[in-house]
Design a protein around this ligand. Structure first.
Ligand code: PXL
Length: 280
């Protein structure tokens, strides 16, 4: 069984970050270690959330692991609470890189053209530096714009424009850039990627539902990480993750008592069992 380390916050309520990463990666058959960056009462889209910053605890935890000789086949990061945490993760990647550790960075910073509460341009610049060390980066269009210091454009792209955007993202230093939330019309929504080592583009689209829920990016990134670690190809990982998100959205829409946070990813987890997803 492969062991992976995921570094992100615990939002106690809100179906995001570690509360979705752990169940998804476990169902996919991966032993998952966690490094919680902060504990919040809810994610930051609620008002009045509490925030316990765990930055001070991170070095001692990593030091203990080093003493125990623990290592990981992959490091997957999501929401990081501060520029200091980005520096910490960056040096952790340097420590693990010689052992061939795969790094997957979801530069969680914003959506719909805006940064989440608590982040600014300086944080985005720091995140761009971290992305430069990654094997895979998984921004949405908002995060891509902030990483590259470009204006955000919500839609109206051509395929060529997205390909150029992907090349610019990869030129931050990441081997593979994966852009989520791509739409060339009202009917389709998907994901496009650029593997800079093979100089090859990939894309996968699904039907577009007229809804958008918080937390889908974290579900996508966790599933993508699980698929890559299971040895699936880049395109297979993109397909499985996009299909998983569509199933999450459909389950959420069909729920008559839907709460106002997150997606009903729990109902879509069976799609990710190793024997189911390796059938196609
Ligand atoms: O879903 C991304 C995310 C993760 N963690 C926290 C967040 C957000 C997005 O708002 O606030 C704490």
């Amino acid at each position: 069984m492969k062991r992976i380390l995921t570094i992100q916050d615990i939002s106690c309520v809100g179906r995001c970050s570690l509360t979705v990463a752990l169940p998804i990666l476990s169902v996919m058959g991966l032993e998952t270690a966690i490094l919680p960056t902060a504990v919040l009462s809810t994610h930051t889209q609620f008002s009045g959330f509490t925030f316990r910053d765990l930055t001070e605890d991170l070095p001692a935890i990593a030091e203990h692991w080093k003493k125990e000789g623990l290592d990981f086949e992959a490091v997957y990061t999501g929401y990081l609470g501060s520029a200091r945490q980005i520096s910490f993760v960056s040096s952790l990647l340097d420590d693990y890189a010689p052992g061939g550790c795969v790094s997957i960075i979801d530069p969680v910073m914003g959506d719909n053209g805006k940064l989440y509460t608590g982040f600014d341009e300086a944080f985005a610049e720091k995140m761009a530096g971290l992305c430069g060390k990654a094997d895979y980066i998984l921004p949405n269009l908002t995060e891509a714009a902030f990483l590259l210091k470009e204006d955000y454009k919500s839609g109206g792209y051509t395929e060529k424009e997205i390909q150029e955007l992907l090349r610019r993202l990869a030129s931050l230093g990441a081997k593979t850039a994966v852009l989520t939330g791509i739409s060339f019309g009202d009917r389709e929504l998907g994901v496009m990627a650029y593997d800079s080592v093979r100089d090859t583009f990939y894309s996968y689209f699904n039907e577009k539902l007229p809804v958008s829920y918080h937390g889908t990016g974290d579900c996508f990134a966790s599933c993508f990480t699980g698929a890559i670690l299971r040895g699936q190809s880049l395109l297979e990982a993109m397909k499985l993750s996009a299909d998983f998100i569509l199933a999450c959205l459909k389950a959420t829409l069909a729920d008559p008592c839907r709460r106002s946070y997150g997606v009903n990813f729990e109902e879509a987890l069976p799609l990710l069992f190793p024997d189911v997803s390796s059938r196609d």
